[in-house]
Design a protein around this ligand. Structure first.
Ligand code: F3S
Length: 419
């Protein structure tokens, strides 16, 4: 599409020719393009929309969505939805209040009427909304933005929920920020001199780098290729986007744009020195009051699946738990389609302790956790840890996956990061 074609399409929408809902969306895209001094408009291949939980969006959000719906707006490109505030099938069994379910259903009805797919997952790229290298998209889930830009080589700004929705309804975004090659050039060199191997290590590193980098694009060297699995990169990006606002990173020899940027670093170097990773945990303050809680704190819930797990990730956990008795609730968050296919395997499910809950559509961060009576959580996710530790009525412990499983089995916090 030429620049003129994009402008003509936007003008039609701005003039109200496609209805007042689309007109509002076009006005939002135009206003943002103006603020950020965009170089025209770009068609987007897809949109990923956050701001779905009623806990976050509230009545004002529903009103906004309904104003778009009453103005006949509809998604013009593929648009998928982030997790909402509860599991749509099992909310009652999991203990969510009925009033919250009713409010959440109104939010989802409003998105549904706008033509947004009810995927309710933060890993849309595992569910078919997977852009190719160089595709322009408008995504607003921070972990998915990081994965799309860094691992897939697609191009998206760090959209907010409303602007990603406006892109879905118009099919366009402003051509600025990370849509421009010049802004994808790394500004910071990060040299890793310690051994980063596990899922937990990648989360710890991500939390530390997010704090140091803010919005900068880093070029990371020193990570071994065999440790940079898709799961570990998801964890790294999610944590960096939570403790900072990193929307794109390059890993030497791993990510698709690293090669062309290897020589273009402009700013100074951040070095993560050679040390035990447990020391790194202490530096970034990610294991709270370890001595006080380890071995003593009763665990209400162990949470895995942030960002949402793939089918293989879930199966890896479940296989190890066949026939074992748990003493704490274990939530494993994933997409609804994954949950459905696993629950159909009755040979597996009848060997699983009923405290194991494969949870879809939501996660522990966006659901109203206080309403579930949960007081203590152990998680292997840097991002989940980062957000949950701000909840004063919750004790949160960050452990590696094996220690999380040990905690679920014993019902108390496993001692040490690797048990
Ligand atoms: Fe996804 Fe919730 Fe984590 S939305 S990235 S599982 S905080």
């Amino acid at each position: 599409m030429t620049r003129q074609d994009a402008e003509a399409a936007m003008k039609k929408m701005l003039d109200g020719e496609l209805g007042s809902g689309t007109q509002i969306a076009a006005e939002m895209i135009t206003a943002l393009a103006k603020i950020y001094d965009a170089d025209g408009f770009l068609p987007v291949k897809s949109s990923q929309i956050s701001g779905v939980s009623y806990k976050n969006i509230g009545e004002a959000g529903i009103e906004f969505l309904e104003s778009l719906r009453s103005g006949d707006a509809r998604a013009r490109v593929r648009a998928t939805l982030n997790p909402c505030g509860l599991d749509l099938d099992s909310w009652r069994e999991l203990g969510f209040p009925e009033a919250f379910y009713r409010d959440q259903a109104r939010v989802l009805d409003a998105y549904n009427a706008l033509g947004i797919e009810m995927t309710c997952s933060c890993t849309p790229y595992l569910l078919g909304n997977c852009p190719a290298k160089g595709d322009h998209v408008a995504w607003s889930e921070s972990s998915a933005i990081s994965y799309a830009n860094s691992v897939l080589g697609a191009m998206t700004n760090r959209e907010g929920g409303p602007s990603a929705l406006a892109s879905a309804l118009t099919g366009f975004t402003g051509n600025f920020g990370l849509h421009l090659e010049k802004n994808r050039i790394p500004r910071q060199s990060v040299v890793i001199r310690c051994n980063i191997e596990s899922y937990l290590d990648f989360g710890t590193l991500g939390l530390m780098l997010g704090k140091k980098l803010g919005q900068d694009v880093p070029f990371i060297t020193g990570l071994k290729k065999e440790h940079c699995t898709p799961e570990n990169l998801r964890q790294l990006g999610a944590a960096m986007a939570a403790s900072g606002a990193v929307a794109l990173y390059h890993v030497d020899g791993v990510t698709p744009e690293a090669k062309k940027h290897a020589v273009s670093i402009k700013k100074g170097e951040i070095t993560i020195p050679s040390m035990e990773i447990s020391e790194l945990d202490e530096i970034v303050d990610v294991v709270p009051a370890k001595k006080d809680v380890a071995g003593a704190l009763k665990v209400d819930m162990v949470f895995l699946g942030c960002p949402h797990y793939s089918r293989q990730d879930v199966m890896d956990i479940l296989e190890g738990l066949r026939g074992k008795k748990l003493h704490a609730t274990l939530w494993i968050a994933t997409a609804r389609t994954v949950k459905k296919s696993i629950l159909e395997d009755t040979d597996l499910t009848r060997q699983l302790d009923p405290r194991i809950k494969i949870v879809s559509d939501t996660c522990i961060v966006v659901c109203p956790i206080d309403a579930l009576g949960i007081k203590s959580v152990v998680t292997n996710s840097g991002k989940a840890y980062f957000y949950l530790k701000n909840n004063e009525s919750l004790a949160v412990v960050y452990r590696d996956t094996q220690a999380c499983i040990e905690s679920a089995l014993s019902g108390t916090v496993a001692i040490g990061r690797r048990t």
